[in-house]
Ligand binder design. Structure first.
Ligand code: ADP
Ligand code: MG
Length: 509
């Protein structure tokens, strides 16, 4: 027996098949889009710390991943027997098929989205918070775009799966490809030829849509983008443009204010481990304070409490005489967000946004807070800052194309973009190769000269002594020594504390 090729080819001129193709495509696209959105919501629910959200969403995922689609399909199609009012909608095979595909796919896609969301580093959220961006803003601008890039390949795979699964909807007599084929071969018994043609139609649809989606995925792939370093002439043009619009200088310190920052009796524990044991610290405007101390003494925890990255248990932090940080139950969200806007933070691990260019990283916060009257002005200010840290030529690059030292300088420019009154640095050079430390310290030194109020956690002892007005040594959650570099270097009395700090500095330097 041989195949009837003439009949096989005639199947590609039959309008019923093309109509069925449209049904498959529309059904699959709708199921994919709605399933993706619903899956995302379910993934967020499962990741939530609130049990009333995480438990039902987890149950949904567990249930619909366990039940075969065919069972869901027949059940949904027969639902009008139980609830007659649903008949007008679920009695239509197309809608019954769509609902079944959506709930099943949402369960799978929720897991894909969840892995995407979990893949975004914790530091990204913290960097967003340090720029005073709200929870929803962080999700929209920082987390979701990165998570979607990670989940895209798996999502494309899911689209192909949906196209193939749509053939199951023939079981409830939807006129899709398989059903058209079945109708034909039940009359002429040319089963193989007909199914072969049906297969060709499916392969065609999957190939066309698969290619389009892969193209879209490639477009989103940031590591494959490699913008060039700008030439000197291009930099000059950018500089002129920036100057023509407006370039804002860093706001010098707030004169006449008693203290930029007052930390009063700050206490913080992790479980039973008390990390900060009643820290008092007053920072004047324009003052530069270095915090040193052995690893684990609470330096990072202290600096993170200053912009609400860690909650305090007791005490309070006052910013330019105004209420700012209080223990969790007394804290006022508005005060906290307003305060954070006035404080810039630079992290040890940079925490630049990998899906944004260098320039976009710097523009993100002023743009979000509508700090300037136009986007052109925000861009001009960002270019100006980038020039200040010596990286104008790299404006269009992505963070992964820069060295560690360059990334940290971008992070400083990003923090400066909100014209903060105070800058916090948590070991800004610890993650850098030795040859890059100098370029970052130089930028910080220049800021100090301009009168920026700064708190710097550092292990660079020479730098701390040269740049600071006061050096604070922390040990086991308390301020052990608080002295000027001059006192530390030339202290004639040689008290125990001063001996200790000198010994510590000698050990580290
Ligand atoms: P430093 O920056 O001086 O090295 P840290 O502030 O990072 O010190 O840490 C102080 C102490 O708090 C350490 O003992 C550390 O293990 C603990 N610690 C820090 N963060 C956490 C956390 N999120 N959960 C539990 N313990 C923590
Ligand atoms: Mg630390």
């Amino acid at each position: 027996m041989s195949l009837d090729w003439q009949y096989f080819f005639s199947l590609f001129t039959m309008s019923a098949f093309y109509e069925a193709c449209v049904v498959v495509i529309v059904l699959s696209i709708l199921a994919w889009v709605i399933g993706a959105v619903l899956g995302f919501i379910i993934a967020c629910g499962k990741l939530s710390e609130k049990r009333w959200l995480s438990v039902p969403t987890s149950l949904f995922i567990w249930f619909f991943r366990s039940v075969p689609l065919l069972v869901v399909l027949v059940f949904v199609y027969n639902m009008p027997q139980l609830f007659p009012s649903t008949g007008a909608f679920l009695g239509v095979p197309f809608f019954a098929g769509l609902v079944s595909l959506v709930v099943t796919e949402a369960a799978y896609m929720a897991e894909i989205h969840r892995s995407g969301l979990l893949s975004v580093a914790k530091g990204q959220k913290e960097a967003g918070h340090a720029l005073s961006i709200s929870f929803l803003g962080i999700q929209r601008i920082i987390i979701i775009p990165q998570a979607i890039r990670v989940s895209m390949p798996a999502m494309i795979n899911e689209f192909v799966t949906i196209i193939k699964l749509s053939s199951l909807v023939s079981a409830i007599s939807l006129s899709e490809l398989l059903q058209v084929g079945q109708r034909l071969y039940s009359q002429n018994f040319l089963v193989l030829e007909t199914l072969l043609a049906v297969a060709v139609y499916y392969v065609g649809i999957v190939t066309i849509f698969g290619s389009v989606l892969h193209w879209a995925e490639k477009k989103m792939d940031i590591p494959s983008r490699a913008p060039e370093t700008l030439s000197d002439q291009e930099c000059d043009v950018l500089r002129q443009q920036a100057i023509a619009i407006k370039s804002e200088q860093i706001d010098p310190n707030q004169q006449g204010m008693p203290h930029a920052l007052s930390l009063r009796e700050i206490e913080k524990s992790y479980g039973h481990h008390q990390v900060l044991k009643g820290i008092n610290l007053a920072v004047k405007s324009g003052e530069v304070i270095s915090i040193i101390g052995p690893s684990g003494s609470g330096k990072t925890t202290l600096i993170r409490t200053i912009n609400d990255l860690e909650k305090i248990d007791n005490g309070e932090i006052v910013l330019f005489g105004e209420d700012f940080i209080k223990p969790k139950q007394e804290s006022i969200k508005h005060d906290v967000y307003q305060g954070i806007k006035r404080i810039g933070m630079v992290f040890q691990s940079f925490n630049l946004f990998p899906h944004k260019t260098v320039l976009q990283n710097i523009m993100i916060a002023p743009h979000y807070h509508q700090k300037n009257s136009s986007v052109a002005e925000t861009k001009a200010q960002a270019l100006f800052l980038l020039d200040r840290v010596g990286l104008l030529a790299h404006a269009d690059k992505y963070p992964h194309q820069l060295s560690g030292g360059q990334q940290q300088r971008v992070a400083i420019a990003r923090a400066l973009a909100m014209s903060p009154d105070i800058m916090l640095f948590d070991e800004p050079t610890s993650a850098l190769d030795p040859e890059m430390v100098g370029e970052v310290l130089k930028v910080i030194q220049d800021l100090a000269k301009e009168g920026m109020t700064m708190i710097i956690v550092t292990h660079e002892m020479e730098f701390a002594l040269s740049v600071s007005d006061r050096v604070i040594m922390m040990e086991e959650g308390i301020v052990q020594v608080d002295a000027s570099p001059n006192e530390i270097i030339n202290n004639p009395e040689q008290t125990e504390d001063f001996k200790r700090i000198k010994e510590f500095m000698g050990k580290v330097a």
